[in-house]
Design a protein around this ligand. Sequence first.
Ligand SMILES: [Zn+2]
Length: 179
Amino acid sequence: MKKWTDKKWTPEILTDLVQWLEDAYPSEGCGLILENEKGQWRFQECENVADRYHKVDPVTFPRTSREFYMIDPREFMRAEDRGEKVAVIVHSHPDVGDYFSPEDIAAALMPRSSEEEKLEPLYPGTDYLVVSVRKAKADGASLFRFHEDNEKFARVARLNKEELRDKVSSKAVRAETVA
Ligand SMILES: [Zn+2]
């Protein structure tokens, strides 16, 4: 498995997203990692709009933010308007681990009209980061990527609890010191 060595995964990016996702607990939290023209990354916090859709139409959207995430489609349009590319779609799994669920896979693929049609990603070139959060603490993160050859998403990198703590600790410790 590929090591977590890409320079863009800075402690700042990881700290920003981990704090946002821990704050969302016990709901699923979500956000986008956006890349500017210079290739720099930043984390964009996004509201999980699952509850809003559930409230309006519980038949079509039976699941709440406790087990489901939805990013407002306008977040993607706004990023495009700013000239930013969605590099990674991020969400958390409260208490169930950092795996890519059947629902996650379905949401990441283009809808098909028949079984014979090729499986294609909804956002080509965009990866998915799933962060496991237990008792409001992130304890693992996995990156998933679509592979054209077998038309499947596969885990391409993983940070365990210690590796994740190690990367987010510096800023978190500073925040604690200030408080
Ligand atoms: Zn998920």
